[in-house]
Structures are given as structure tokens and as C-alpha cells.
Write a protein that binds this ligand. Structure first.
Ligand code: ZN
Length: 340
């Protein structure tokens, strides 16, 4: 919960109790932040300013690993920089900058999304450019992957359970080239292979849409969280995904009604039944937004359907790892275009 006020008042307050204390809040005044609000009042420095300049130990899970960049310093030297994003049960997004090439290489090579790391001796400071508190690794910082301590196991279980938004991960595997063309048979085989241990497989399918019931009474839209695309029951519902900026309360945006069209794709090797054409991907294909679609007459919807049903399409897809307990790979369409 951010607390806004005079600096002296904040310092007095933040030194009067610590994490774990029970604090009673009397007569709070609650102001809801408007979406897109730029008001500084709602963006106070978090982590408390008392952490500024401190060297701390962090137990965190990896949310995203960037790619190593070469940066020129003011005195003309070339140095390597890697930015990673981590989270824990209390905080969905925390950025860490790594300036040692060896450490950066180690992280890119051996760590993956949801890895748990114990980071000792990392400096926490306010970054003027990013406008937030970040961690910066220095010469004495040590990264320990999967530390054998109970808290790490608890965090790992948490990290495996929550769904993370689809962050771009630098995956150098051959499966990350979206121009590789697969047949449906190959994709179904990959999705059923339990030993495949990939974050994701990307590629292209040359297929035909074999079912596309946009003119029936079936639902073709749903309310979803605009942050993590999680389905919400109804418009007023709030996302509860702790790893999502909206679910965690860092951003406040209402549920969005988006396309959620079930369709089947087929080629001469097989069929993927009932995958989903979601949100912007569907809007790009149909050429109109969900509100305009819902206003179409039944006849116009049928006409629109026949523009695509049994037509040859180029589909770019992503297959992502199953969330624990479910065991099913998740097939997602990331673009769908009619073949010329
Ligand atoms: Zn969300």
C-alpha cells in the first residue's frame, strides 16, 4: 500500500514498524486512482526510501531475462549490461541490472523463467531513468540458483502456480523461429511429448479453418484482464493474478471485452480442435472490433464467416509450457491471415 505525505512524516512512519508487525489503520481516506493517472500522489517511491543505497539479500523468482547489451560508458569503454525482472509473493515486478559480463552470461545460460535465486549483496537504489527502486549488482554480488533452503522451495511452488504474462524470453532454441513451418501432426506430437522441456515453441502452419461458428448463438467474446488476458466471469470482476500488474493493484484498468472465438484448424496431417482466436488477433483478421461485430445482423455474420471458413490460412502460433497440475501445453494463435 503506497503511503503519500511529507518526507519527514513518511520517515517517522516507516521507522515506527517493520514488516510482520500488525498495524491498525483508523479512518482511512481511500481515493481510487484513475486509469492513466499521472498524479505523483499515486506514484510514491515504493520499497521505502530508507532502502536507498542499502546492500541487501534477495530471495526471488525470475520473471523475465533480457538479452545482453553492449553499452558505451562516458569514458569510451564498452561494457555489457543485462536486465532481469524478478518477483516474489509480495511484489510482482522488480528490475535488476547486472553489469558483470560473467554473471550476465551465467544467468542467460542457466536461469530460466520461474528459477528461484538467492542474490546476496545487491545494492538497491532509486533509478531516475526508470523512476523506480531497482537492484544493481556489483563486484561482491553473488547469484545462487535454486538455493537449498525452505523459503526457496515455498517461493518456487508459488512461482510454478501463478501464470505470468507472456513475457518475451530470449530462447535461442530452434523452436523460437516463428517462420519455421510445421504440420499439425508435428505440433500435436510436440505438445504430447512429456520430455520436451521448452518454454515455448513458435512457428507457422499452413492450414484451413475447418470450423468457425461466429454466426451461431455461441459466445464469441469474453471479459478478460487487459494485463494478463486471464478470463474474468463478468465485466466488474477484478483480476486476482498476483503476478499481473493489474491483479497486484499496481495498475487499475477495467476488464475488457475481447474476441474469444473457438475455431478448428486442419491440414492433410490432422486437426487442432477448438483453439482460440483471441482479442487483437481476431480483430485483425475480421477487420472490425468486437463491439461492431456484436451489432452485425445474423445475415452479415454468416457472410463474414464464409470469408474464412474452409479458406487456406497462414497461422503463426506459440505453444507454451503447461502450468503445473494441468499438464496440457497451451496452443495460441498469434496471427492468422488468409493466404493470397
Ligand atoms: Zn491480470
Amino acid at each position: 500500500m503506497p503511503y503519500a505525505g511529507e518526507e519527514s512524516a513518511i520517515t517517522t512512519l516507516s521507522t515506527s514498524f517493520t514488516i510482520g508487525d500488525i498495524v491498525k489503520i483508523k479512518n482511512p481516506q481511500i481515493i481510487e486512482r484513475q486509469p492513466e493517472s499521472d498524479d505523483e500522489k499515486f506514484k510514491p517511491p515504493v520499497n521505502s526510501q530508507t532502502a536507498e543505497g542499502l546492500t541487501v539479500n534477495l530471495l526471488v523468482a525470475v520473471r523475465e531475462i533480457g538479452c545482453i547489451q553492449t553499452v558505451k560508458t562516458k569514458d569510451g569503454r564498452e561494457v555489457k549490461k543485462l536486465q532481469i525482472t524478478v518477483f516474489d509473493q509480495s511484489h510482482p515486478v522488480f528490475h535488476i541490472l547486472i553489469w558483470e559480463e560473467e554473471t550476465a552470461n551465467f544467468i542467460v545460460k542457466y536461469c530460466s523463467k520461474r528459477s528461484v535465486m538467492l542474490i546476496s549483496n545487491i545494492k538497491v537504489s532509486y533509478n531516475n531513468y526508470m523512476k523506480e527502486m531497482i537492484g544493481t549488482s556489483g563486484g561482491t554480488t553473488i547469484f545462487i540458483q535454486d538455493p537449498d533452503i525452505p523459503d526457496a522451495r515455498v517461493l518456487y511452488q508459488y512461482a510454478m502456480k501463478i501464470s505470468l504474462p507472456d513475457d518475451v524470453i530470449q530462447n535461442e532454441s530452434k523452436y523460437s523461429d516463428s517462420t519455421t513451418v510445421y504440420t499439425i501432426e508435428q505440433i500435436i506430437k510436440l505438445m504430447n511429448k512429456s520430455e520436451v522441456n521448452l518454454n515455448e515453441i513458435q512457428g507457422t502452419l499452413q492450414v484451413m479453418i475447418s470450423s468457425f461458428d461466429i454466426d451461431s448463438t455461441n459466445k464469441i467474446s469474453s471479459f478478460r484482464c487487459p494485463g494478463c488476458i486471464q478470463v474474468l466471469e463478468k465485466q466488474g470482476d477484478k483480476c486476482i493474478n498476483g503476478a499481473c500488474e493489474i491483479g497486484s493493484g499496481m495498475k487499475n484498468l477495467p476488464a475488457e471485452e475481447m474476441y474469444d472465438i473457438p475455431l478448428s484448424l486442419a491440414d492433410n496431417t490432422g486437426c487442432i480442435e477448438r483453439c482460440l482466436l483471441l482479442g487483437q488477433v481476431a480483430e485483425n483478421l475480421l477487420g472490425l472490433n468486437v463491439q461492431d461485430f456484436l451489432r452485425l445482423s445474423a445475415e452479415d455474420k454468416t457472410k463474414l464467416k464464409w470469408n474464412y471458413l474452409f479458406e487456406r490460412m497462414t497461422v503463426q502460433f506459440k505453444v507454451t509450457q503447461p502450468s503445473v497440475g494441468n499438464g496440457k501445453y497451451n496452443f495460441r494463435i498469434i496471427s492468422c491471415k488468409k493466404c493470397d
